[in-house]
Design a binder for this molecule. Structure first.
Ligand SMILES: [Zn+2]
Length: 257
């Protein structure tokens, strides 16, 4: 199952509305409390972060990436997305992202500027939607891995041209003349594999499982080989009735006439 882009945009707008009607919406009414303006801006920033997450399956490594992401390919005359800054200091908000890029925390650079208010915003809880976003990211990594495999195959052919038709027997044979380094699968960071075959070579993703595949590679005689696993796991859905399916017990009438 795939979410269309327009569906994602719609969800983003819903999130955006939610963010603005959250803690920030009172700010307009009581603009005298400076921390409230900061809360509004952080909510807007959060909406950008959550949209980014929907599109990529992870949160950005830093806030600068956000502007590049949103303004890429936008015509000059169109309004640009700017990352909101802290109203008290005009500095960027503090943004901490977890190592797996799946959680973040936002805070003003100087909370002291707002008195004793603890002012942090954390990752929205997406529930089962998070699984869809991860699936989207997995699809992107699959495309990236495939591209690297195809580049490897092209370089093997170049190698053969230079070596009287002989293909490389190890992937390292291509380095550094045909490739600056051995490419790695984006899903696992492991190096791609090259196995000699009777007809040439087979280049493979080191861990097709990580793409939900049984086989994922390029055979010199067949081209791309993509073999699905028998039971591809689907993203988790909200459980309809967890633990409420009691199995019928033994018949009470057993042994009775
Ligand atoms: Zn791979």
């Amino acid at each position: 199952m795939k979410l269309t882009r327009s569906a994602l945009v719609l969800v983003a707008l819903v999130l955006w509305t939610f963010a603005l009607s959250g803690p920030g919406s009172q700010v307009r009414a009581e603009a005298e409390a400076p921390w409230k303006e900061a809360a509004v801006r952080m909510s807007r920033l959060q909406a950008l972060l959550e949209y980014f997450y929907m599109e990529t399956g992870e949160y950005p490594p830093n806030l600068k990436v956000l502007e590049r992401f949103f303004n890429h390919g936008i015509p000059d005359e169109a309004p640009k997305v700017t990352v909101p800054t802290d109203p008290a200091t005009s500095k960027p908000f503090l943004y901490e992202v977890s190592q797996d890029a799946l959680r973040y925390r936002l805070a003003p650079p100087d909370p002291g500027a707002y008195g004793a208010q603890a002012l942090t915003l954390e990752t929205l809880d997406w529930g089962w939607m998070a699984a869809l976003a991860r699936q989207r990211r997995a699809e992107q990594m699959g495309m990236e891995c495939r591209l690297k495999i195809e580049v490897l195959a092209t370089q093997c052919e170049m190698y053969a041209k230079d070596h009287e038709g002989k293909f490389p027997t190890r992937i390292e044979d291509l380095v550094p003349k045909y490739l600056p380094r051995v490419p790695v699968c984006p899903a696992t960071g492991q190096a791609h594999l090259l196995v000699p075959t009777s007809t040439g070579y087979f280049i493979s993703c080191p861990n097709p499982n990580s793409h939900g595949l049984k086989k994922f590679g390029y055979a010199s005689d067949k081209g791309m080989v993509v073999e699905a696993m028998e039971n591809k796991p689907r993203p988790a859905r909200p459980a309809s009735s967890p633990g409420s399916s009691p199995s019928p017990g033994p018949s009470p009438s057993s042994g009775q006439p």
